[in-house]
Design a protein around this ligand. Structure first.
Ligand SMILES: Nc1ncnc2c1ncn2[C@@H]1O[C@H](COP(=O)(O)OP(=O)(O)O)[C@@H](O)[C@H]1O
Ligand SMILES: NC(=O)OP(=O)(O)O
Length: 311
């Protein structure tokens, strides 16, 4: 009998544009199908940084040419990114499972996540979206009203507010699909950020971090493991330096020491470690794993990756 696992898929699992996404999801599906074939119950969440920026830019630019095209709120762009990525991913995984004789359905749930309108994140945009820009493009984007920041020496990117997830609106649906033995993709792009106004859910302009949203989901579906899949096999200290040291495990106390020493880059590895810690601390026996997509199965077998545990 396998484990119940929530997977948070990083950008490298999805590609940056339509063509690379179709290719990337094929490889991603092989890794996920290995986990399902090994008997694990799987819930999949994914990022949307490049995609939500692309969708928002496309509407904004076309709106300038033809005013009949309406302003497209960021919350709606997140919804579109969930559908666009989910469609490709669910079909690629369905095909891979069928090639292996596994007749499970794969369903993407358009997922809304409640956020707090008073979250200080609304005053301090940090989430990079869309493509990288050079200095000239960054200046032009700033003139058009975008907030642009330098992204760890890799160029400039637009940044938007990224409030913390409070509650997943469709959580009962996600659980029902999982309890029926089927595969579910949910909380894509961190979920569509909404605030509650009585019975009305109003979309707000933000992009939630998918690592934090999928951690909330992992707790709520009572997962055994929360697995963050990114481009590196393990978390490192002194990352990118000659003294780099890959970590096979860390407990909460050790992780806090590393965070205090600024070992994990904000906006990339730090939110992954923080989400992994939050899950590991939430209930006895829960463990988080940070590894690469290719190593997911080996990681779950305890052979690689960085395991994060309470003690
Ligand atoms: N301490 C660290 N250990 C390992 N990787 C790190 C560390 N600090 C920063 N990184 C970088 O963070 C990246 C993961 O963040 P990011 O690319 O934003 O994630 P995502 O896969 O969700 O798109 C890794 O591929 C690596 O380049
Ligand atoms: N929403 C989100 O966290 O997307 P990325 O993983 O692409 O940054």
């Amino acid at each position: 009998m396998g484990n119940r696992v929530v997977l948070a898929l990083g950008g490298n699992a999805l590609g940056d544009d339509l063509a690379s996404q179709m290719e990337a999801v094929k490889q991603t599906s092989k890794a996920i199908a290995d986990l399902i074939e090994a008997g694990n119950e799987v819930v999949i969440a994914h990022g949307n940084g490049p995609q939500v920026g692309m969708i928002n830019n496309a509407f904004t630019e076309y709106g300038k040419i033809d005013p009949k095209y309406p302003y497209m709120p960021l919350s709606m762009c997140v919804a579109m990114s969930q559908a666009y990525i989910g469609y490709d991913l669910q079909n690629a995984l369905r095909e891979e499972l069928r090639n292996r004789g596994i007749k499970k359905t794969v369903t993407s749930v358009i997922t809304q996540v409640v956020v707090d309108e008073k979250d200080p994140a609304f005053q301090n945009p940090t989430k990079p979206i869309g493509p990288f820009m050079n200095e000239v493009e960054a200046e032009e984007a700033t003139k058009r009203g975008m907030v642009v920041k330098e992204d760890s020496g890799r160029g400039y990117r637009r940044v938007v507010a990224s409030p913390k997830p409070v509650r997943i609106v469709e959580i009962d649906t996600i659980k029902a699909i999982l309890d029926a033995g089927q595969v579910v993709i949910a909380c894509g792009g961190g979920g569509i950020p909404v605030v509650e106004e009585g019975n009305h859910l109003r979309g707000v302009g933000a992009v939630i971090d998918k690592d934090f949203a999928s951690c909330v989901m992992a707790k709520q579906v009572d997962a055994d493991n929360f697995i963050v899949l990114t481009a590196v096999e393990k978390v490192a200290i002194k990352f990118g330096t000659p003294e780099q040291e890959w970590l096979s495990s860390m407990n909460i106390e050790e992780a806090n020491v590393h965070i205090g020493n600024n070992e994990f880059a904000p906006g990339s590895m730090l939110p992954k470690v923080e989400a992994a810690m939050e899950f590991a601390e939430s209930k006895e026996g829960r463990k988080s794993l940070i590894t690469s997509l290719e190593k997911a199965q080996e990681g779950l077998e305890g052979k690689t990756g960085t395991w994060i545990t309470a003690k």
